[in-house]
Each structure stands twice: as C-alpha cells, then as structure tokens.
Design a protein around this ligand. Structure first.
Ligand code: ATP
Ligand code: MG
Length: 467
C-alpha cells in the first residue's frame, strides 16, 4: 500500500470525517449509491437521509463505483439524489447471563416487557468462523429430551445438529417448545425467523410459558421485516448460543426456520444481481448455509456444546427441495414430521421410518439399542403391510411376524403420542417399549444379555467348574 493510500484510508476512517455519497437509483429493495466506493466495502453500514426520515442499510454488492445497498426496513420516502453517509455501526452483540429470560430482536436489542436489566459485558460477533474440525471435542453423551419417540428412536447427543423437516402446521413449533421446556440443557437459545407476529406471542406465552422462558433467550424477526434483518436474526441467535457455549454451558439452539433464513438470503442475493439457480435460490444461499450450521456443534476443550435443531419447511412435503437437500447433507440426523400422522392425531408427528440419528448406535447402551432395533423392525414391517391391513386384504394369522407387528403398532402408536405438557424420562420410555415388544409376542431382544448375565452368575458361583 502506498503512503498516499495509507493516508487516504486514515483520513477516511477518522471519526471526525464525514463522507457523503448520494443515491443514484432505487429498484425494488436495491438502492444504488455513488460516492462511497472508496470507503465502503461489503458489510459496511450506511445511513440515507430522506425527506421524511433516515433509513439505515448495509452494502451487499459493488459494481465499479456503484454500491448496492439493502435496507434494514424499507426505502419508503427515499429519493434519487438523497445524501448517504457511511456510519460506524457496532456489528457486535454483548450477551451475558441477564439475557436469559429475555426476548431480543435481530440486532440483539431487547423487546417489550422481556427487557433485561444489567449492563452487558462481553462482546460476541455476528460473523465468526466455526471452530476448526480438529479443535472440537467429540459429540458428547445423550441429551434426554423427555419426548418418547425422540429418546427411543432418534436420540440426540450433546453437540449434535439435527434437521426437523416438516410442512406447515404439522407441529414444529409445539415440538420446539416441548424440547425447550424438557431438555436437559443449561440455556436454550431460540431463533424465530420469518414467523407471523401472532404466532410469536403464542409461542412465547403459551407454548414456551414461564417455565420455558426461565432458561431461554428468544430472538425474533417476523416475516414482515427486511431480509437483512431476517438473515441477521439467524446470525444473532447463533452468536448468543456461542457466547453461552464459551462460558462452559450446555446450550440447546432451536432455529425455526432455516428455510426462512435461506429465503432472506435469496432476496439479498437476487437484489445484488446474483443469478438464480435451483428454485430461484442464488449460489450464496448454499455457501452461507453450511457456514451458519457449522457454528453449532461440540465446543473446544473446556467449553460447553451447542446442540442444535434447525427446522426446514418442506413445501408440499417435498423432501427433495433444494434447502431440505442442502440441510440434510450438513446435519447429523433428521426428524421428519409427517402430515398424514398429524392428521391421524398422533403428535409429535414424527415419521419413525424416515427419521434418523447418525449418532446411533453409539449413544444408546447396547440393551437400549436392541430394544430400539426390535421396535423399529416391527414398525417397518407394519408400514410395509399398512395398506393391505387397512384395506382388509391381510388375513390375521397368515404371517406371524406381521401379526406381531400389528399388535406392537396398535400399542406403540398411541403410546408415542405425547401432548404438550407431558414428559417421560427416557429410562421409562425404554422400559415401556420393552414391555410392549414382549406383550406383542416379538422375540425378546434382550435374551442374549440375560443369557450372558446368567452365565456370568453361574461362573461366579462355581469358580472351579470352568477349570
Ligand atoms: N404435541 C401435540 N399435542 C397435541 N396437538 C398438537 C401437538 N403438536 C401440535 N399439535 C397441533 O398441531 C397444530 C399445529 O402445531 P404447530 O403450530 O406447532 O405447527 P407448525 O408446524 O409450527 O405450524 P406452522 O407451519 O404454521 O408454523 C397445533 O395447533 C395443535 O393443534
Ligand atoms: Mg410454527
């Protein structure tokens, strides 16, 4: 860098200098600004002085001397030729323990009566690199959720990231709230992105309730907010979770939904002229997503972990749409909520055949895993035969394995149904599953363990017999 450009930079960055540009064009969300290209880069914040008020925005693209700026709101009242100033905006948040129990907006500012009292102390950046692969601990022990079907069939471990794939109205928010209330974690950080305003209130007051709020931080950005803010909300949620993780806490991060984050990034990408690809999503969506999702996971030695659940909206239950596909490739397991199951009234409407935790079998004990395997096998058998059974084309008694599966399904299906307030320790869920397996006539999955225990007991009783 030449001495001249160093001086130029120093002058530009001096706080007493005001550098003013001007708006050149406004097309949709995109505002083109001239005159700031020497000082503003991607991510710089600027303030536009319109006739009716000021609007802040962020630089998201540049083309020669034209900067592409998106608003933290709308460009209402802004006209061509209006002055634009580069502003110093803190892109840090300063979370601390007093944030627990509060609701904040996309920029980490407290909302409504959930305001927090004390001064923040430590800063956390919105945009940090995820820890390197070799710096992380391994995924930890099982995290008990007290939700029967999750604890038994798709267990979650500390530091694991799960995708929750579901269409609209299938019970995502209710399940998130159940996890927030019941899971064995120190702090729950919840990001509600692109939700309807009415639902936010309902989620906080009814689903989560005072008990859930007592250890939660909720970040809210409703669907009517600017795409920059909706995207920011996901980054803020993650930054808050990272703060608590760095203090050694076990954090549960719930982001509802990652699809709305992708949609916000789509609007940003298209506004700055990126080409639309799959379903109109520009390439930056697929590069931003792994970056966001990788920030969760196990922490470094001495830190806590971020266990994360990301909901993905699947349009018309199409599990292969691009966002679902991308998320599935990143996370360590997925829960699929099925509309048909919800319509039958079984909630949480988890499709056990399609849901999977990549932490199995390691995170179950060998006995638990055998119970899960036997139950899964019987349910898969039932699913294969379901149409025939419903049509009455299957005759009871013609196949013993199917008869056992039918008996097991009719006991397990209502059992796995769990209303909002219900909770069940994982050990009891396993005991009940085991009992239902035996009562259905399925071969005892733990027989080998009992036989081995008997042998050991015998050997201990007659130490000379083996010799
Ligand atoms: N565990 C449950 N027990 C009983 N009913 C439930 C349960 N979970 C969900 N429901 C029912 O399903 C409805 C939709 O649930 P919820 O709002 O959680 O779905 P959602 O997937 O978040 O919806 P949206 O896509 O609109 O955000 C609820 O109004 C409720 O009637
Ligand atoms: Mg919802």
């Amino acid at each position: 860098m030449s001495t001249f450009s160093k001086m130029q930079k120093a002058i530009y960055s001096s706080s007493s200098t005001r550098i003013i540009g001007a708006t050149k064009a406004i097309v949709g969300l995109t505002l083109t600004v001239r005159g700031l290209e020497a000082v503003a880069g991607i991510g710089s914040r600027c303030r536009v002085f319109g006739r009716t008020g000021v609007v802040d925005g962020e630089v998201v693209g540049a083309d020669g001397s034209d900067l592409c700026v998106l608003p933290f709101g709308t460009w209402e009242g802004i006209a061509v030729g209006d002055p634009v100033e580069l502003i110093e905006m803190d892109d840090m948040i300063y979370p601390d323990d007093s944030w627990i129990g509060s609701v904040v907006d996309a920029l980490g500012r407290p909302l409504s009566k959930y305001a927090r009292a004390r001064r923040p102390r430590r800063k956390s950046s919105f945009k940090v690199q995820p820890p390197g692969a070799f710096e992380r601990k391994k995924v930890g022990e099982k995290l008990e959720t007290q939700i029967k079907c999750i604890d038994v069939f798709t267990p979650i471990c500390r530091g694991q990231r799960m995708g929750v794939f579901a269409g609209s109205g299938v019970g995502k928010s209710t399940m998130m709230a159940m996890l927030a209330r019941n899971t064995d974690a120190d702090v729950i950080v919840i990001g509600l992105i692109g939700e309807r305003g009415r639902e936010v209130q309902q989620f906080i007051h009814e689903d989560l309730g005072p008990e859930g709020m007592a250890r939660a931080v909720v970040v809210v950005s409703t669907g009517d907010e600017a795409p920059l803010l909706r995207k920011q909300a996901a980054l803020t949620t993650t930054a808050i979770a990272e703060y608590f993780k760095s203090t050694g806490k076990q954090v549960l991060l719930l982001l509802d939904s990652v699809t709305r984050f992708a949609m916000a990034q789509r609007e940003i990408g298209l506004a700055r002229g990126e080409p639309p690809t799959l379903r109109g999503y520009p390439p930056s969506v697929f590069s931003e997503m792994p970056h966001l999702l990788e920030r969760a996971g196990p922490g470094r030695e001495g830190e806590g972990d971020i266990t994360a659940l990301y909901t993905v909206l699947v349009d018309g239950d199409d599990m292969n749409e691009p966002i679902a596909d991308a998320v599935r490739g990143i996370v360590d397991g997925h829960l699929v909520l099925d509309r048909r199951i919800a319509e039958q009234g079984r909630f949480p409407a988890v499709d056990l055949q399609k849901s999977l935790s990549r932490m199995l079998p390691g995170c179950h004990s060998p006995e638990e895993f055998e119970i899960t395997k036997a139950a899964r096998k019987a349910l898969a058998r039932y699913a294969d035969m379901e149409d025939l059974i419903r049509l009455g084309a299957y005759k009871a008694g013609s196949d013993p394995a199917t008869d056992e599966a039918i008996r097991f399904f009719s006991a397990a299906s209502p059992y796995l149904s769990q209303s909002r307030g219900d909770r069940m320790p994982a050990s009891e869920s396993f005991a009940d599953m085991y009992r239902m397996i035996l009562e259905s006539g399925i071969e005892d999955p733990l027989r080998a363990f009992f036989e081995q225990a008997d042998r050991q007991k015998q050997d201990a009783a007659e130490p000379g017999a083996a010799a």
